[in-house]
Structures are given as structure tokens and as C-alpha cells.
Design a binder for this molecule. Structure first.
Ligand code: ZN
Ligand code: ZN
Length: 65
């Protein structure tokens, strides 16, 4: 009997996907609309503060699909 057990045992790089909550830069409405880099300062971010615009942040809904 010739039983040759050939098992492919190559080390497989386990894809470990770290569960990192995606950190979306919180940009206020104004910066979003103008595609500005919002520093996310509250209650008024730098851009709004400089222009004297009412800074408003849209509440992020956790249930987003
Ligand atoms: Zn902003
Ligand atoms: Zn703002």
C-alpha cells in the first residue's frame, strides 16, 4: 500500500480584517457643499467661523445601508 498523503500545507496569510470603524471626517454642511476641508470644530468650524456662516452639522445616522 502506498498511501501518500499530500497535503498542501503552505502557510496561508490569514486575512485579518481589523474592525476599524471608518472614520469619516465630519464636515459641516457648508464645507461639504463647497468641498472644503472642514476642521470639524464646533460649534463653528474654521471655515464657517471665518466667513461668519452658521455652521451646522448633519446628524450622522448609524443605520446607513
Ligand atoms: Zn466646516
Ligand atoms: Zn462649518
Amino acid at each position: 500500500m502506498s498511501s501518500s498523503q499530500q497535503v498542501n500545507q503552505f502557510s496561508q496569510p490569514q486575512q485579518d480584517s481589523p474592525r476599524v470603524p471608518r472614520r469619516t471626517p465630519m464636515a459641516c454642511q457648508f464645507c461639504r457643499g463647497r468641498k472644503l476641508k472642514c476642521d470639524g470644530l464646533r460649534p463653528s468650524c474654521g471655515n464657517c467661523n471665518r466667513r461668519g456662516y452658521p455652521c451646522s452639522y448633519k446628524p450622522v445616522s448609524a443605520d446607513q445601508k
